[in-house]
Design a protein around this ligand. Structure first.
Ligand SMILES: Nc1ncnc2c1ncn2[C@@H]1O[C@H](COP(=O)(O)OP(=O)(O)O)[C@@H](O)[C@H]1O
Ligand SMILES: [Mg+2]
Length: 360
């Protein structure tokens, strides 16, 4: 494949939720066509894409169609089956970010092992594949501790706190008796994240830190740029740069961070994709995370990640979507609605960005 891809080329995207939709909109602005593969024919991204393939992610025929249609394939969520990426590669498709980055981000033990090896601190952790190992891990890390399934958790799902060692059996049942990571608690003061991008020639662009607030395990609000000390910002930038280089990454990646009482940062987890805590960049930065991802995978130079405004991003979850008539009438509110037909509890339906001047 010849990079940079010319306008008129096709970007394939595995996954057609709101992230795929906003990627498709960014791609369209840059003159690209988009092909979406998602099991749901009527998914948010399919409705703004040139081509939508409705099939399971590991469907061989669908992957062949996607590979043939696309000049480069990327993904909008990290639980794409590894076999799907292998098949795309075997078909000669270009896939970015790379398969190793995807595999590492899919497994919480591999992820923290990679992070520590790359010089990025995390909480202490241990792996457990059965109840005996879980009891041993709790004994060595101490209670309270947090247990998470190694794979496939999101929005706080597949996680449970253990207050006393005696609860190991109950906790093991609560997470479905699956292989887990046991984590020491992070005594964090704030949760921050950094959205980072790396292009095909190895250049990087880092967005200012965002400060994130969760409710019921779901991101509720991000405020950016977060007020941080220079030392904290430097540490975040060093962490992001180490991760991008260590994964030989191409694309946008999110790093979720815990800020401890003394300002030190620990990495909570990474997401090998555009991220909800980066939605503020849509209105608050020169080039937003979605355009940045398209630029990176298309082999274009990265754009500036400079903030233009102090931005507060609020997620519209479930019934929050009923506020749409007021939101569209609010002059300062930049609305992003995902076009989902049904507002189920906990479902991300849209978000709104509100901007204030950077200074003052
Ligand atoms: N080791 C920990 N100590 C304290 N809180 C944690 C820890 N790990 C996760 N959390 C809390 O749980 C939330 C969700 O955990 P996370 O690992 O980010 O999973 P998910 O994939 O569901 O986002 C975090 O944003 C944080 O608030
Ligand atoms: Mg998280």
């Amino acid at each position: 494949m010849d990079f940079p891809l010319a306008p008129g080329s096709t970007i394939g995207i595995l996954g057609g939720g709101q992230l795929g939709r906003m990627l498709a909109l960014a791609a369209a602005r840059l003159g690209f066509d988009v092909a979406i593969l998602d099991p749901e024919a009527d998914c948010p991204a399919a409705r703004v894409a040139k081509t939508a393939i409705a099939a399971a992610y590991d469907d061989p025929e669908a992957l062949k169609t996607l590979a043939e249609a696309s000049d480069v394939v990327t993904f909008e969520f990290e639980n794409v089956p590894a076999e799907a990426v292998e098949r795309l590669l075997a078909l000669g498709a270009e896939v970015a970010p790379n398969a190793r980055a995807l595999a590492i981000a899919q497994d919480r033990i591999d992820e923290k092992t990679f992070l520590n090896g790359a010089g990025c601190p995390t909480v202490a952790f241990a792996a457990a594949d059965d109840l005996g190992a879980l009891e041993a891990a709790i004994a060595s890390l101490g209670a309270p501790c947090l247990i998470k399934t190694r794979r496939e958790g999101y929005d706080g799902k597949g996680q449970t706190w253990v207050e006393h060692a005696a609860e190991a059996g109950a906790a093991w049942a609560r997470v479905g008796r699956k292989p887990v990571i046991v984590e020491a608690p992070a005594a964090f003061r704030r949760e921050l994240s950094v959205i980072a991008a790396r292009g095909r020639s190895g250049e990087i662009a880092l967005y200012p830190l965002g400060e994130n607030h969760h409710e019921d395990g779901i991101l509720r609000r991000t405020h950016a740029p977060a007020e941080v000390t220079d030392r904290t910002r430097d540490q975040a930038e060093q962490i992001a740069a180490r991760i991008l280089a260590g994964l030989d990454y191409v694309g946008v990646l999110a790093v979720e961070l815990f800020e401890l009482g003394d300002g030190q940062l620990l990495v909570n987890e990474i997401a090998p994709r555009v991220h909800n805590s980066g939605h503020w960049t849509l209105d608050g930065c020169e080039v937003d995370q979605f355009e940045q991802q398209i630029r990176a995978v298309a082999g274009w130079p990265l754009g500036p990640a400079e903030p233009l405004a102090r931005t507060e991003m609020i997620n519209l979850i479930g019934d929050d979507m009923e506020q749409w008539p007021e939101l569209i009438a609010e002059p300062g509110a930049r609305v992003w609605f995902y076009g989902k037909r049904e507002a189920r509890p906990g479902r991300k339906m849209g978000h709104v960005n509100r901007l204030r001047p950077l200074k003052g």
